[in-house]
Design a protein around this ligand. Sequence first.
Ligand code: 5RP
Length: 220
Amino acid sequence: MTQDEMKFTVAQTALKYVIKNTIIGVGTGSTANFFIDALSTIKNNIKGAVASSKETAQRLENHGIKVFDLNKIEAISTYIDGADESDNDLNLIKGGGGALTREKIVAAVAHQFICIADESKLVSIMGSFPLPIEVIPMAVNYVKNQIIQKIGGIPEVRKDFITDNGNFILDIKDLKITNPKAMETKLNSIIGVVTNGLFANRGANVLLLGTPNGVKVITT
Ligand code: 5RP
């Protein structure tokens, strides 16, 4: 089974977690795109969706799925999104596509977070995937130096990339994340950081992992 076939299968499986007549949250990336395509087949069962990026909003609308402004709704039942890495406790690294801030906001509002990924994303210790940090442009050099002094790893500005919120991304390479919750909190305390790609204080509730033998369900 190819990686895309595994992504397709977990996206189909995620439909079971969509609650009828509610507004759901939808993530960003190639796995989330498979989910949006799958969602279009049951679009009449939901009120609509909140998108975690402009790209996702466009894809939802292209499928005729209503996109809601988060400030105009009461609740999000379920958030469905991919990840760059997950550990066995369902702490995640996200933001490979640069949508981490909006993803974190939607995940915070949602009652449950279903993460969909192929098996290559499950790791015992996170950090092989460079950890994305969204930073206010004028603070980039300051944040970079603070990371070198207080966190470790090698922060690099993502080339030719501006987030949907008009900010830069620093990707921190060579980290070994042994305490994801503490690191998430520490990174958030650096002035100029908008968000970091660790989803640990609000991790996933369920991980649907695509494997060649089918979908493995991991819960917290
Ligand atoms: C985007 C994300 C994505 O969920 C993450 O990068 C995984 O993407 P893909 O499904 O393409 O592997 O966090 O900001």
